[in-house]
Design a protein around this ligand. Structure first.
Ligand code: NAD
Ligand code: WQD
Length: 341
């Protein structure tokens, strides 16, 4: 069985990807420092797949530990690198924490890949690298605009670090996956998103409001140039996203990449407004959501959604779930963790 290192594998997207990798017959080894996740996630993965992945708890910014890891696991064939700090607002407050964590972790992994002969890495990037694109849907060729947060900048710099490293080391291959807005939970409700504190993202805020944890959702802005005035995003089910990682990593281990560095947009291609999400949630949950319209959130773009042609054709992958399915899974998960029937 081919062994894959999943960094950040107890986190939100990493845990769903660990499930899909195991379902596809890969052997998963997770590394996580549990700074934004917990050990119980391993129980969820085991319940869904029947397999408990190997787990090593340490911080990827510690180079010695990274090297000890690869000495202990000499058969790792490729890496999927999710581990990173990801809160946009926090990155403005603590830029150096973000630069240190996100950049040093990647550098340590790339150095270890050379030393321990691991040839492929899949990197978690983000549609945030496009800022507000001039034309939509946005393709992988759209220009990278100046990042509007230190977090976003770490994604841009990490993509550049990877590309420069590949030039210097022709043995290495990488795939950057630029996610649009990952939402939802596993349909079993055994794993899902566990935001710490007050959620910054739309869907966890909606489900927590419906569960009574938050009083009211603030809809940020209704004067955008969109059909209902609220901002447009491309919401993708986390399970669909996870499946794309299986395809990407198999492309690396089976040597099917067409170029040393490849980039794919991972979205559905559908642009939906905030109020589309609210009304779909009300439909699937059967309850009215308490919300009010407030001012725009600083730094938000008006609209962004993916051109998925390249991912669809080249990876043979397509997001399958509807917005209703996505929100039903998010609501099922929220009810489960809150003990709501
Ligand atoms: P998450 O916080 O749920 O998962 C990240 C995991 O990495 C956590 O379990 C955390 O404990 C771990 N981690 C962080 N720093 C670490 C370190 N130095 N050493 C070891 N473990 C560490 O986040 P997520 O939503 O699953 O995101 C995964 C990746 O996808 C991140 O790189 C993120 O930037 C990227 N991404 C996320 C989104 C999104 O909306 N969720 C969108 C685009 C890109
Ligand atoms: C979606 C829409 C908000 C909360 C962020 C990061 C991005 C990527 C994904 C990592 C926007 C609106 C939200 C609320 C609202 N992450 N909203 N009320 O901003 O598209 O992207 O997560 O790479 O980098 O910036 O996602 O879920 O925060 O917002 O009205 O309480 O919902 O204004 O239009 P966003 P989001």
């Amino acid at each position: 069985m081919k062994q894959i290192l999943v960094t950040g594998g107890t986190g939100y997207i990493g845990s769903h990807t660990a499930v899909e990798l195991q379902n596809a017959g890969y052997e998963v080894v997770i590394v996580d420092n549990l700074s934004n996740s917990s050990l119980e996630v391993l129980d969820g993965i085991e319940k869904i797949t029947g397999i408990r992945p190997a787990f090593e708890q340490f911080d990827l910014i510690e180079k010695d530990k990274v090297n000890q890891f690869f000495t202990k696991y000499p058969n790792i064939e490729a890496i999927i690198h999710f581990a990173a700090s990801k809160a946009v607002g926090e990155s403005v407050e603590k830029p150096l924490l973000y630069y240190r964590n996100n950049l040093v972790s990647l550098i340590n992994l790339l150095e270890a890949m050379d030393q321990f002969n691991v040839s492929g890495i899949v990197f978690s990037s983000s549609c945030t690298v496009y800022g507000q694109p001039e034309s939509l849907p946005v393709t992988e060729q759209a220009p990278i605009l100046k990042a509007n947060s230190p977090y976003g900048n770490t994604k841009q710099i990490c993509e550049e670090i990877i590309q420069d490293t590949l030039v210097a080391n022709p043995k290495l291959k990488a795939i950057a996956l630029r996610y649009f807005n990952p939402v939802g939970a596993h349909p079993t409700a055994l794993i899902g998103e566990l935001p710490l504190g007050v959620p910054q993202n739309l869907v966890p805020f909606i489900t927590q409001t419906a569960a009574g944890v938050r009083q009211q959702l603030s809809v940020f802005g209704s004067d955008y140039n969109t059909p209902d005035g609220t901002a447009i995003r491309d919401y993708i089910h986390v399970v669909d996203l996870a499946k794309a990682h299986v395809v990407a990593v198999s492309r690396l281990v089976e040597e099917k990449s067409k170029k040393q560095f490849e980039v794919f947009n991972l979205g559905t291609g559908n642009g939906l407004t905030v109020l589309d999400v609210v009304s779909s949630f009300e439909k699937v949950s059967g309850q009215k959501l308490n919300y009010k319209i407030v001012d725009r959130r600083p730094g938000d773009v008006e609209k962004v959604y993916a051109d998925t042609t390249f991912a669809n054709e080249e990876l043979g992958w397509k997001a399958e779930s509807s917005l209703d399915d996505i929100l039903a899974s998010a609501w099922k998960w929220e009810k489960k963790i809150r003990g709501i029937k």
